[in-house]
Design a protein around this ligand. Sequence first.
Ligand SMILES: C[S@@+](CC[C@H](N)C(=O)[O-])C[C@H]1O[C@@H](n2cnc3c(N)ncnc32)[C@H](O)[C@@H]1O
Length: 251
Amino acid sequence: MNKKEVLKKIMEKKEFSELPIEDVEMALFLCFNKDLSEKGQIKYTREVLHRVYGAFGSRKLLVSKERNPEWILKKHLSTRERLPYYKEIYSRLLKNQKQVTIIDLGAGVNGFSLGFISGIRYVGIEGIGQLVNLMNDYFKKQKLNAKAIHLSLFQFEKIKNLIKKEKGKKIVFLFKVLDSLEILDRNYSKKLIIEISSLVDEIVVSFATRSMVKRKKFFANRKWIIDFIKENFKIIDDFELGGERYTVFEK
Ligand SMILES: C[S@@+](CC[C@H](N)C(=O)[O-])C[C@H]1O[C@@H](n2cnc3c(N)ncnc32)[C@H](O)[C@@H]1O
C-alpha cells in the first residue's frame, strides 16, 4: 500500500473517519522510526489517534440523533464531569459580561453548555467532524449566536485568522486539550498559546486533577505548563472545581 492507501485504511474506522487528515498523517509519522509492518503501522497509528481523539466521547455521540444538551454533555467524559459546576465556572470566568466571544479550542461537545450562559458569542473549533455537525445542528435549532468549525488545532494560521475575524473582547478556552496536542507534537501547546495570546484578551487553560475514569485524585506533572504561563503571562485567576483546575491568564 502507498501512504495514501494506508491513511485511507486507518480512517475506515468510524471514530477516525472525520478527523483532519493532517493529524492522521502526524500520528502515522510517529511510527516511522519504529520497525513495524504495514499492519503494525495501521494498528499503532489508530492507538495514537485513540489517545488523542477517541478516549473521551461515547461512540453514541457519533451516531445518535439525540440533541438534548444534557444527554449529550453526559456522553462525553469532560463535560459529564463538569456538568454540576458549569454555572459556577462560567460566572467566575465570564463575570456576567455579555460582550464577549468565547473561542473554544478542541471544543468536544462543550458548545452544548451554552444554556448555562446567555447572550454570548461562541466559536468552537474541533477536529472530530461528527461533533462539529452535532453542535452546529443544535446552535441552528436554538438560534444561538454560535458556530462550530471543523479544523485541526495544528492549523494555527487558520485559527489565528478565525480569531482575528471576531470583534470585541475575546476569551480562549483550552479545556483539557493540551495533553492531546502534546502526544502528536511535544511543546506545540506553548507555541499555540504564544501565537494566539496577542490576538485575544484572556486565555483559560484547564486540566483534570482527578483521573477522569477512576475519579481518584492524580498528580500528573503540570509544572511545565504552569511554569511557562507564569514566565510569559500574567495570571488573573487560578482555581479548582469539580476535579478540574482552571488557570486564567493574559498577555
Ligand atoms: C478531552 S476532550 C475536551 C473537550 C472540551 N474541551 C471539554 O473540556 O469539554 C479533547 C478534545 O480536543 C479535541 N482535539 C484533540 N486534538 C485536536 C486537534 N489536533 N485538533 C482539533 N481538535 C482536537 C478532541 O477531539 C476532543 O474533543
